[in-house]
Design a protein around this ligand. Structure first.
Ligand code: PLP
Length: 434
């Protein structure tokens, strides 16, 4: 597309005049990879079309929610029916109860569920609840994990135990992050040291079980086990942020996978988003009844929302969960995602490009690194310029991956083996140019 016929660029210029950076969420701006973001006109199945009517195979799927692909007919029907009944009531509905029961059936550790409208809100509320329940202030998070943009979670790594946390965003007062401790992901020794020093002050440890915000880094089984043991020993809560992994890596979420390797493993609280809304603003947090009963109106921890449990979002989420509960859904998705990853790896190997892969269900990560990284520092050793070349090569050919090397990718049930084969064919051409 020559610049004077590209319709994305003038839209981006217009957008920049009225929306900061031209986008409503920063990663959409292509700052990491350079170039012009694609403005989406419409999407169907595994594809979307941009302002130029160019078709893309979509490996982002709205950053995770679209596990059935875009515009699944049964989801559309459920949403259309809900729209006709009313947009929002600010009063309870039966569908919220059905959705909460469905979540509890699929994720038994979530004995009670509270619905909100975004993953950020869910994570922020879970933290407040953990602090309210334990009566403690300190929280532990891990370098490279993202839990939304609540003030007390926007903390720079490297502060460790030696110093107070320092904010990673302007506008967050030092006082707000002074109780946030950032440790290295998968570093058991550092975790043990932290609990030995301040265990009695820790309200909770929050982590992504598979860190999709480092592309795809699994928490090791030993790391997960020690978090569970240490939080239990010291009276702190373990919060599993499954906003990205929830219902995407397995029907029982990532916790069902870790429970196969750690006997009796359950987190105290779980945070969900993305897939549970099927593309509508919907998220939730939940966990042990005794903890959840501390929430208002039952308990002293305040939490509320005008649009929480929105009737259209619940219809969309519920239908999505029903459809992904069909036997074999995640096994098929895992197989297909594996074909994509193995296909890309084979082509990278043939071209002599360093490449490592991992995937689970419909979530994947690849790195232009010879070995899979297990920490944020290792992820950041990726050659950014090489990634950008790969990224733009694939984009030009109509294959849409996350525009940043530290972001995971998503395959939906709507992607066909032919779509994947086309992506692998395109990658063969692109790897030769690197
Ligand atoms: N937690 C994780 C693991 C996420 O990946 C995200 C968003 O990508 C969030 C929380 C925040 O969710 P939201 O963007 O819906 O606020």
């Amino acid at each position: 597309m020559t610049p004077n016929t590209d319709l994305n660029q003038p839209l981006f210029e217009r957008a920049k005049g009225v929306i900061p950076g031209g986008v409503n969420s920063p990663v959409r701006a292509f700052n990491a990879v350079g170039g012009t973001p694609r403005f989406v006109k419409r999407a169907q199945g595994p594809y979307f079309w941009d302002a130029n009517d160019q078709q893309f195979v979509d490996y982002i799927g709205s950053w995770g929610p679209m596990i059935l692909g875009h515009g699944h007919p049964e989801v559309l029907q459920a949403v259309q029916a809900a729209v006709l009944e009313g947009f929002s009531f600010g009063a309870p509905t039966e569908r919220e109860v059905v959705l909460a029961e469905k979540i509890r059936e699929l994720v038994p550790s979530m004995e009670m569920v509270r619905m909100v409208s975004s993953g950020t809100e869910a994570g922020m509320s879970a933290l407040r609840l953990a602090r309210g329940y334990t009566g403690r202030n300190k929280i532990i998070k891990f370098n490279g994990c993202y839990h939304g943009h609540a003030d007390s979670l926007l903390v720079k790594a490297g502060s460790g135990l030696a110093t107070f946390g320092s904010s990673s965003s302007a506008g967050v007062p030092a006082d707000v992050v002074k109780d946030t401790i950032v440790l290295e992901y998968n570093d058991v020794a550092q975790l043990e040291e932290a609990f030995a020093k301040i265990g009695s002050e820790v309200a909770c440890v929050i982590l992504e079980p598979i860190a999709g915000n480092m592309n795809f880094v699994r928490a090791s089984v030993e790391f997960t086990r020690r978090i569970r043991e240490l939080t239990q020993e010291h009276g702190a809560l373990m919060i599993y942020d499954e906003v990205m992994t929830g219902f995407r890596v397995a029907l029982g979420c990532a916790q069902s996978i870790y429970a196969q390797q750690i006997e009796g493993f359950v987190p105290d609280l779980t945070v969900l988003g993305k897939v549970i809304g099927g593309g509508m603003p919907m998220a939730a947090f939940g966990g042990r009844r005794a903890i959840m009963e501390k929430l208002s109106p039952l308990g002293p921890v305040y939490q509320a929302g005008t649009l929480s449990g929105n009737p259209i979002a619940t219809a969309c989420g519920l239908k999505t969960l029903e459809l992904i509960s069909q036997p074999g859904f995640h096994a098929d998705l895992h197989l297909k995602t594996g074909h994509l990853m193995q296909g890309l790896k084979a082509e990278a190997d043939a071209a002599g490009v360093p490449f490592s892969i991992d995937w689970q269900g419909g979530l994947f990560g690849f790195y232009l690194l010879p070995e899979l990284p297990s920490t944020y520092h290792a992820v950041m050793k990726t050659d950014g310029a090489l990634f950008n070349k790969f990224y733009h090569g694939m984009l030009e050919r109509g294959h849409y991956f996350a525009p940043a090397l530290y972001e995971a990718g998503f395959v939906s049930s709507a992607h066909t083996e032919e779509d994947i084969a086309r992506t692998v064919d395109a990658a063969r051409e692109v790897f030769k140019t690197l």
